[in-house]
Design a protein. Structure first.
Lengths: 104, 291
């Protein structure tokens, strides 16, 4: 169930500018509202886009959080590729990698 | 009044957000195709535009995910994405709450749709409207089919939804246009982004052009996931439009794989023939009769 909580946090962040502002000023208070594993908590805290992808966050949620964290599109794709080398393929969800040979 | 316009188009966020990274000839061709679609839409003199979309967690989440939802709001705002990231400024579109209400009431005879009086557009609707309604002056009725969070509605239900939508639009007095927007094969927002199965796309579009119900509904989700990626689940929007325009031939006016846009970019329109005059025989629907 914790992937649900992780994705819900990012979903709400993506669509709520007030929550984004609170996240920027007091990340821990925002994070405590959601049911997260220690690994998920740290991945969001560190804005570790690659690990969030490996943990199974839907790409349509993750790419907007990545943009919010200041990653340009090629940097976002590269973060996912780097994480695949470190952690192996995606652990849950429908956004697993097949061959990783995209356009960039 | 029956439908006055029906078409399909792509909505990938790269189309506007990453246009400077694409082959300029591809950008020019796609934008010109969008413009031809806009002119055809305007020539049909619609009173409102129904957009059958596959949103990406702008409004709906796994806490309460409707298979089908229709907007019923006074107005709509979008995109939710960073306007600089998407290349589209935040825009207000007028809604058509009275028309929405009548369409929803009609749909409920056949499909248990949800409705929403709040709705934020993401790139799935904002990109098509950026090209097709550039002055934000046409009332919008947004429709969503969940293509993101499994379990997903079966393809035969997407067709049935389309049939019911076509019937609902035939029963209202307004001139209604419908645009379905989705991807065909694509693996968006993953390290595979830019991979496109062109052969699969062309076969799907051939079936769509022929309004071949049996062949359009023959795909299993496992096959689609393997051959067309998680983005391929969005064929539900194109299938719904085919159901709404049952027995009408259609034409794909533009198809070009554009990897940096992460999808085979597509523009297609349905030949509605005499439907515009309200005199065409819409054929025998599979929907049960409702008194």
């Amino acid at each position: 169930m914790s992937l649900y909580g992780l994705q819900k946090l990012l979903y709400e962040l993506n669509r709520d500018e007030d929550l984004q502002a609170r996240f920027r000023t007091d990340k821990e208070t925002v994070l405590r509202k959601y049911t997260l594993t220690a690994e998920e908590y740290k991945a969001v805290q560190d804005e570790d886009i690659g690990l969030l992808y490996i943990l199974g966050v839907n790409g349509q949620i993750l790419m907007h959080f990545a943009a919010m964290c200041g990653l340009a599109w090629p940097e976002y794709i590269q973060a996912l590729r780097d994480a695949l080398k470190v952690h192996g393929n995606v652990r849950a969800g429908i956004y697993a990698t097949t061959d990783g040979k995209g356009a960039i | 009044m029956s439908l006055v316009f029906a078409g399909i188009c792509s909505h990938g966020p790269g189309i506007t957000g990453r246009k400077d990274m694409a082959d300029p000839e591809h950008v020019e061709g796609l934008y010109a195709a969008f413009d031809r679609m806009r002119r055809a839409l305007e020539a049909s003199r619609p009173d409102a535009l129904v957009v059958i979309a596959a949103e990406h967690f702008a409004n709906f989440f796994m806490n309460n995910m409707p298979a089908y939802c229709v907007g019923m709001a006074e107005d709509y705002h979008g995109p939710i994405e960073d306007p600089d990231w998407l290349g589209i400024p935040r825009t207000r579109f007028p809604g058509a709450p009275d028309l929405s209400t009548r369409i929803i009431q009609s749909l409920l005879n056949y499909i248990d749709v949800a409705y929403a009086q709040e709705w934020k557009f993401d790139h799935g609707i904002s990109v098509p409207l950026h090209f097709l309604v550039p002055h934000a002056n046409l009332p919008i009725v947004p429709v969503n089919i969940n293509c993101q969070g499994p379990p997903l509605t079966p393809l035969h239900r997407a067709w049935a939804f389309g049939e019911a939508l076509g019937r609902a639009c035939a029963d209202v007095t307004e001139r209604v246009a419908v645009v379905a927007t989705g991807g065909i094969s694509h693996w968006p927002a993953t390290p595979d982004s830019g991979k496109i199965n062109e052969a699969w796309d062309r076969e799907f579009l051939r079936r769509w052009e022929q309004n071949d119900k049996e062949q359009l509904l023959a795909y299993t989700d496992a096959e689609t996931y393997a051959d067309a990626g998680q983005g391929g689940f969005e064929i539900r929007t194109f299938i719904a439009l085919a159901g709404a325009t049952r027995n009408r031939p259609a034409k794909v006016h533009y198809y070009q794989p554009i990897p940096i846009f992460a999808v085979g970019c597509t523009i297609g329109m349905v030949d509605l023939g005499m439907v515009d005059s309200g005199t065409a025989d819409s054929g025998t629907l599979d929907l049960p009769e409702v008194n």
